[in-house]
Design a protein around this ligand. Structure first.
Ligand SMILES: [Zn+2]
Length: 386
């Protein structure tokens, strides 16, 4: 008890914001926790909620050795199939978190941008808005302020925001040049001087056929080295191979990658739950940047004119997320709501100077997460402007 009292007193002293001579590194971090955003590019809600598609897993062209894929991922019911494909989502998040986007129940998540391709999707996720001018995946610097840099500029978050991505366009989407966010993308070497990172860098050098999307496993391995060394509060892991295999028309590899992504998320969650500072204090937001064609002949592609491309999904787990499991009520959420949701989970308000999508309600009883006291006036002013 005495120790507890001393700790409380110490905390109180350390938390005095204006103690002279106290540098940011000496202050106790805000108790609002950590947020990890994890995306896997172009993974359809159809596979997330119903597992393998019978027409595609038995199609010789899409699945060359269908017997093997069937043994791995097929089962009679959608519930059993999705559990085989993504066991972490359906064994853990379905019990302790939330899964939104099962359109069989009218529970919908969509992109609000008109293009349903990657850059506009990631722009929407991180800036909380759509931008008609962002209509391609070309490498141009995003003029819009994103929630990672907005929070990264705050004192509590200095040096505590990072992004590790497979796709090499993220330094432009997140505009690394403007904000100097810590972004590791494509086949960029990791800068940690650890034995593990050195091996990863060497392996990366050996990849002869370097594409715009790095192998997700390498992105993940580098991300883990970084997490161990720097313990960020706000972290983005952007995985990309699900989209690549789908464009290649390889349904077997697309399923295999969805399964691998689920395992990476499980491993990350295990690490979080066994690491002091992160345990019971970290929220995962897992989603995708766009859907894909819903028709059997169109699943490989996506875009403004391909039906189903705007349809996405969202999985969340963490202390701020009520454990409602799979959401089955009629609902419409949009991708542009994620940026403010991320900020609210961290006890902040995302106000980049332009209207952004409102935060998602994470508990049944309230409409949105309450704003921190200091930001309520700002939000009221913003609401009045809309
Ligand atoms: Zn794509």
């Amino acid at each position: 008890m005495k120790n507890v009292l001393v700790s409380v007193m110490l905390l109180t002293i350390l938390q005095q914001p204006d103690t002279p001579g106290t540098s940011p590194s000496q202050t106790v971090p805000a108790s609002t926790g950590n947020v990890f955003i994890i995306t896997t590019d172009g993974l359809r809600w159809q596979e997330v909620f119903a597992g393998a598609d019978s027409l595609l897993i038995n199609n010789e062209k899409a699945t060359p050795v269908s017997e093997l894929s069937n043994m791995l991922y097929w089962d009679v019911t959608p519930e059993a199939r999705r559990k085989k494909l993504m066991p972490f989502l359906w064994n853990i998040i379905a019990k302790k978190g939330q899964l939104a986007g099962n359109r069989f129940y009218g529970n919908k998540v969509d992109v609000a941008n008109a293009y349903a391709i990657s850059y506009p999707g990631y722009n929407e996720i991180f800036t909380g808005t759509t931008d008609e001018m962002i209509s391609s995946n070309k490498k141009y610097r995003n003029p819009n302020i994103n929630v990672l840099e907005f929070l990264g500029n705050k004192e509590d978050f200095q040096g505590k925001v990072a992004a590790f991505t497979s796709w090499d366009v993220f330094p432009y989407i997140l505009n690394e040049k403007r904000n100097r966010l810590n972004i590791n993308s494509g086949y960029e070497n990791g800068i940690e001087y650890t034995a593990g990172q050195e091996v990863i860098n060497e392996v990366q050098q050996e990849v002869t056929d370097k594409q715009a999307t790095r192998y997700d496993q390498l992105t993940f391995a580098s991300a883990k080295e970084y997490l161990q060394a720097h313990k960020p509060k706000l972290f983005f892991l952007g995985l990309g191979e699900t989209d690549e295999f789908a464009h290649d028309g390889r349904y077997d590899l697309y399923l295999q990658q969805a399964n691998a992504v689920d395992r990476m998320i499980a491993e990350l969650w295990h690490w979080v739950q066994t690491t002091p500072g992160y345990k019971d204090n970290t929220t995962f937001i897992i989603t995708t940047d766009h859907g894909r064609g819903s028709k059997t002949g169109k699943w490989t592609s996506h875009g403004a004119f391909i039906k189903g491309s705007s349809e996405v999904w969202l999985a969340m787990i963490g202390p701020g997320i009520e454990p409602l499991g799979e959401l089955k009520e009629k609902q419409q959420l949009y991708q542009r709501q994620l940026a403010q949701t991320i900020a609210h989970l961290l006890g902040e308000n995302f106000d980049p100077g332009q209207p952004v999508g409102e935060a998602i309600a994470l508990k049944r009883k309230e409409t949105v997460l309450p704003l921190p006291e200091k930001d309520r006036t700002v939000a009221l002013i913003n609401d009045a402007r809309k």
